[in-house]
Design a protein around this ligand. Structure first.
Ligand code: PMP
Length: 351
């Protein structure tokens, strides 16, 4: 019966990070360092938890289809922009592809990068064209423009997952000046970078900036993403999405999380401190990072080998092998709590 499944789903698919409970559990480690998924290790803000608890009391009702509570909070926080929301930024990416891409159109993706753009584009029948970054993983803007000129969507992740480096606002502007389609700028990790891309929104009508509550705001489990979009796009995005994209509990939690600035600031400081410590303490080369994770070159080992070995010692990190276009000797490690980061350094250096 599998022949009935669409060809784009018969192979491949999203590769998930290693979960606790696999080999790490088997090794009898009682505390697992979870550094594989770039989450904030701290529990959500108490304000977010309280708002979620309150919202669940009326979950017998359908949510507000316009997600007013969250959009109002975003506008209060960032200013007068147009927002759309989604089930995680993954949901935003999926709906954006559905809104814009007809079968056969090109989606150009600066690579290696997060895999879901390509999967979501393929599902619309797009022609996915990866545009390789340079050897140091900086974006080859000339190449991206060359391919991007013929694309419906150009995708650029900054800071980039998994390499960690950011692209300057000037380079982003260069791409925007040249392309005819939409630039989707993935800013999942922007809070850790200190770069502000928002001024570009005032100048370009073809810029969409995706953001998430999964990282700095500690709400990965509630699946909350949003994007800054040009005003013309918003009604069409709403038409393309499912009728009630965002559940009422997630919307309430996210709106409240924005008000707890200390919660976010604590983790941003932790990230800034530990990015430096990782570089100083590890025996392997650590790539410069503007995100809440670092990519480590573990040659002559492979990423897969290191992930297995560390998991057996109670440390979960991510192998970068599944990132198309990247050599097999890299791992990606999130900044966690102090004890997690210390355990990781000790175990990796002991390999
Ligand atoms: N973009 C990037 C670059 C990511 O790393 C992730 C999460 N791994 C996402 C988007 C999706 O985030 P969300 O949890 O909001 O779906």
């Amino acid at each position: 019966m599998e022949r009935l499944v669409r060809s784009c789903y018969r192979q491949g698919g999203y590769v998930f990070a290693k979960k606790a409970g696999g080999s790490a559990h088997g090794a009898g480690s009682d505390r697992i360092a979870r550094l594989a998924s770039n989450e904030n290790p701290e529990a959500p803000s108490p304000a977010a938890v309280a708002a979620a608890q309150q919202a669940v009391l009326t979950a017998n009702r359908y949510p507000d289809e316009r997600v007013d509570v969250l959009v109002a909070a975003l506008r209060a926080y960032y200013g007068d922009y147009t927002f759309v929301t989604g089930v995680g930024m993954d949901g935003v990416i999926e709906t954006l592809m559905r809104t814009l891409v007809d079968p056969g159109e090109t989606v150009a993706i600066s690579a290696p990068t997060f895999s879901f753009y390509g999967l979501a584009a393929q599902a619309q029948g797009a022609k996915v064209v990866p545009v390789p970054r340079r050897a140091d993983f900086s974006v080859d803007t000339d190449a991206l423009v060359r391919v991007g000129k013929a694309a419906k969507i150009v995708v650029l992740c900054t800071p980039n997952n998994p390499t960690g480096n950011a692209t300057s606002a000037d380079d982003v502007q260069r791409v925007l000046d040249e392309i005819k389609g939409v630039l989707f700028l993935d800013n999942a990790y922007v809070e850790f970078s200190g770069i502000d891309y928002l001024p570009l929104l005032r100048k370009y009508e073809n810029l969409v900036i995706g953001r998430t509550f999964s990282k700095v705001h500690s709400l990965a489990g509630l699946r909350i993403g949003y994007a800054f979009v040009p005003a013309w796009l918003q009604p069409f995005y709403m038409r393309a999405g499912t009728p009630f994209t965002m559940n009422s509990v997630s919307a309430a939690a996210a709106a409240a999380a924005l008000s707890d600035k200390e919660h976010a600031a604590r983790y941003i400081t932790q990230v800034q401190v530990w990015r430096k410590r990782f570089s100083a303490a590890l025996k392997f080369p650590v790539l410069p990072s503007d995100a809440n994770f670092v990519m480590v070159d573990v040659a002559p080992h492979t990423g897969d080998e290191v992930v297995e070995k560390l998991a057996a010692r109670g440390v979960l990190v991510r192998s970068c092998r599944s990132f198309t276009g990247l050599a097999d000797h890299y791992i990606r490690v999130s900044v966690g709590e102090d004890w997690e980061n210390e355990l990781f350094i000790r175990e990796l250096n002991a390999l």
